[in-house]
Design a protein around this ligand. Structure first.
Ligand SMILES: Cc1cc2nc3c(=O)[nH]c(=O)nc-3n(C[C@H](O)[C@H](O)[C@H](O)COP(=O)(O)OP(=O)(O)OC[C@H]3O[C@@H](n4cnc5c(N)ncnc54)[C@H](O)[C@@H]3O)c2cc1C
Length: 394
């Protein structure tokens, strides 16, 4: 594995750094609703106009056709520029990171021509309608039904934990189209227009007060059959490609940002009083040990990310090894934000954090989601055990 960057990649980094210095929006990012949507879409439009949207998307679909390494360099430069928001929280996340990429791989020519430019230009927000009250880790158990009626599907059922459904235009929706087939068969992946009659959206309040979660109810919602992505009843295959993007490269921005958080904490520990009430926090052996470990771990995470990208460049497909990165990243994210509260103490209630959540308690509470979303750590452990280590299924 070679961790050096090529001259082209170094030049790309310089180009990104210069552009970001001139174009990064002044914060803060509005935390909720239509204002948040407008802020995120305006930033996406700025990226598009500057030629920075879809860095690793193929040129034929409006991207720059560059590598995931260059995409990662962009994220590193974004984090280095101390932005007033994180990319991971953006309501453009699904469209850019797995909705659009799924259409590129599995969509029809018409679907690509209609949707991909809108995603890149920042015209639309996409959300993901996979999880249901009875189908999360065991996604194939989903029961939201769709019956074919002429040239339409008629959808009835419920989804839950749908991030940004309340501000979304389109949804990547999984429905059961053949209830008599085995559970991994008979599922279809469809594009749902969120303004279709019969859709009811209810927001869910979370402990971190980042209120982007929703329940979505479908009551005789009519979706044209032309919105099926891939083949009808073959949606599991399409969903696996969506999840491989989600578990492969979608969290790269957050992984990179974590390194910047650790450096900020080292600075905080130098100036804040430590647990003994006299010396700087960094003089405390336990705080210093945890900071040193965190710095080593974010460095290891970066190396694992680059190794994963190199593997995809060689093989062309994200492998199950992506689950090791997701697992390590999710648990490390939680350790870093716990450490942040231990260093910053009560000031965490008022001091602005690095990620635009407001004070530091926001990202700490939000960090609990990192071992659940996109597949829980238990599920990632199962994948690593069975598909990477070759252990028997339990
Ligand atoms: C921040 C965030 C954003 C999300 N956004 C979306 C979204 O936009 N769209 C969407 O569709 N979903 C979304 N989700 C939902 C997410 O995909 C599910 O929460 C996740 O898949 C787990 O499903 P569940 O909540 O039903 O938990 P369950 O599957 O019920 O799991 C409960 C517990 O049992 C454990 N468990 C379950 N099965 C096994 C097993 N086989 N082996 C070992 N342990 C097991 C789990 O690890 C967990 O600890 C989001 C979740 C979060 C936290």
């Amino acid at each position: 594995m070679n961790l050096d960057f090529t001259p082209d990649e170094d030049a790309f980094r310089e180009e990104a750094r210069t552009w970001l210095a001139e174009h990064l929006p002044a914060g803060p990012r509005p935390p909720e609703g239509d204002e948040m949507r407008a802020f995120d879409l305006a930033w996406q439009r700025t990226l598009y106009d500057g030629g920075w949207a879809g860095i690793n998307w193929p040129v034929e679909f409006g991207g720059r056709g560059l590598t995931d390494i260059q995409q990662m360099i962009w994220y590193e430069e974004f984090a280095r520029a101390e932005p007033p928001f994180t990319l991971n929280n953006s309501c453009t996340f699904v469209g850019n990171n797995h909705g659009g990429p799924t259409l590129i791989v599995s969509g029809s020519d018409e679907q690509k021509a209609f949707h991909l430019p809108k995603i890149l230009r920042g015209d639309v927000v996409w959300c993901q309608g996979f999880s249901e009250p009875g189908a999360g880790s065991d996604l194939a158990s989903l029961s939201c039904r769709a019956e074919i009626d002429g040239d339409e599907l008629v959808v009835n059922g419920q989804k839950i934990w749908t991030s940004y459904a309340h501000v979304a235009d389109f949804q990547e929706l999984l429905v059961r189209t053949d209830p008599s087939a085995p559970k991994h068969k008979g599922i279809s992946w469809v594009i749902c227009d969120m303004r279709t009659p019969g859709i009811e959206i209810r927001e869910i309040t979370t402990m971190s007060h980042v209120n982007d979660f929703c329940e979505v109810f479908y009551d005789d919602v009519r979706i044209p059959l032309t919105n099926v992505v891939g083949q009808i009843n073959d949606g599991w295959r399409t969903a696996m490609s969506t999840l491989s993007f989600e578990r492969g490269t979608a969290f790269m921005a957050d992984q990179v940002e974590l390194a910047a958080v650790v450096e900020r904490l080292i600075d905080e520990a130098r100036t804040r009083t430590g647990p003994d009430g006299r010396r700087a926090a960094i003089a405390d052996d336990e705080i210093a040990r945890r900071l040193a470990t965190a710095r080593a771990e974010v460095t290891a995470l970066r190396a694992m990310t680059i190794a994963g990208i190199s593997r995809v460049l060689r093989t062309g497909v994200p492998g199950p090894e992506g689950s090791m990165v997701r697992l390590f990243h999710g648990e490390l994210h939680q350790r870093v934000y716990q450490l942040a509260l231990d260093i910053i103490g009560a000031d965490a209630l008022r001091l602005t954090s690095i990620d635009g959540h407001g004070n530091w308690t926001g990202p700490y509470l939000q960090s609990f989601a990192y071992t659940i979303g996109g597949g829980t750590t238990d599920i990632q452990r199962n994948i690593v055990g069975e598909r990477v280590l070759g252990l028997p299924r339990v």
